[in-house]
Design a protein around this ligand. Structure first.
Ligand code: AMP
Ligand code: MG
Length: 313
């Protein structure tokens, strides 16, 4: 079962186009790719063309990296074929390096486990222990926890090349902002309440930034009264019971944000806070299973009560 991801975006389309110069246009389109609904909003001189390029990029990435498609590059790679371009090989190297950085909490080789649980299909079930152990040892690529963030990074490169003024892309819950808002205000991205409808607060970001959330409510099923969600602990192959319900990462780079949101979810609050203290390239908001909210001191969170995680332990 998948629950819709509801993120409120600061929509610069709300204002009329009166503020645009005659050459500038604001365009938007909804695209279905990577098994999710994506909303693209772009403003600038060549907005329509840039939007179409971003759309094509998303469809191409889906084509190459979908584990569901049997003819995708990743499925063929998993079948032992040598099908990757040099750029794609470099991408996988970077993903592996990021995984090492998380001490394996983000593991791009979990495909057999994910497939066993059925999280990429409509038929899910709790696997038996022996099957799970076999699947854990059968290392196969799955980039479900990273590809939307990578898409955000590549989309930014396209928007930059097209000299676009500003854009906001909601890539199925991975929000990528680009450029500065016309009125100079920060972009605002709302964080979904993991326990129900609505949102729990808003993060403000300035300029090009990725805001990526991993949550136990985004994909799950129930069996025997127990809820099983889609973020797996690579040590056990079981849904990570880390005490967290969602993690939002705010980072300049989309791929890093996507990898880290998944990894920090697996780590749990304490380990994730220590991980953040050792680095300075991201901020994060954590919501625990009990609904308590924590934010690292640089995360511009507002609209709710929360505890600040500071650099000093
Ligand atoms: P995300 O929403 O970015 O956290 O990605 C979750 C998806 O990534 C799941 O639906 C799985 O396909 C896959 N996945 C689950 N657990 C992990 C993990 N620990 N490391 C990497 N990918 C995972
Ligand atoms: Mg992720």
């Amino acid at each position: 079962m998948k629950r819709g991801i509801c993120l409120l975006l600061a929509c610069f389309f709300a204002c009329a186009c009166a503020g645009c110069s005659s050459k500038t246009s604001r365009v938007e389109e909804t695209v279905f790719a990577m098994d999710t609904v994506m909303q693209l909003q772009v403003e600038g001189e060549n907005a329509q063309q840039a939007l179409q390029e971003v759309k094509q990029l998303l469809l191409d990435l889906d084509q190459r990296w979908s584990n569901v498609r049997t003819d995708s590059a990743i499925s063929r790679l998993n079948a032992g074929e040598d099908v990757l371009t040099d750029t794609e090989k470099a991408f996988l190297d970077e993903v592996q390096t990021l995984s090492n950085r998380t001490d394996g909490a983000f593991d791009p080789m979990l495909h057999s486990c994910i497939a066993l649980w059925g999280f990429q299909s409509d038929e899910q079930c709790v696997p038996v222990q022996e099957e799970l152990e076999l699947a854990l040892n059968d290392k196969q690529w799955n980039l479900g926890a990273a590809i939307k963030g990578y898409a955000g990074r590549l989309a930014v490169e396209k928007l930059k090349k097209a000299n676009i003024d500003r854009a906001i892309l909601n890539l199925g819950g991975n929000v990528q902002t680009y450029g500065k808002k016309e009125n100079g205000e920060p972009w605002t991205v709302a964080i979904q309440n993991p326990a129900g409808e609505g949102t729990i607060g808003v993060v403000s970001v300035v300029g090009t930034t990725a805001v990526v959330t991993s949550g136990d409510y985004q994909r799950y099923f129930e069996e025997g009264g127990v809820r099983y969600h889609h973020i797996l602990d690579p040590k056990t192959g079981m849904p990570a019971r880390s005490g967290l319900s969602s993690v939002t990462v705010i980072c300049k780079d989309g791929l890093t944000a996507d990898v880290l949101s998944t990894a920090l979810f697996v780590m749990g609050l304490e380990q994730a806070a220590d991980f953040w203290r050792q680095r300075d390239d991201f901020e994060a908001v954590f919501i625990t299973a009990e609904g308590q909210v924590y934010a690292t001191e640089g995360a511009a969170l507002s609209g709710c009560e929360f505890e600040v995680i500071s650099r000093e332990n």
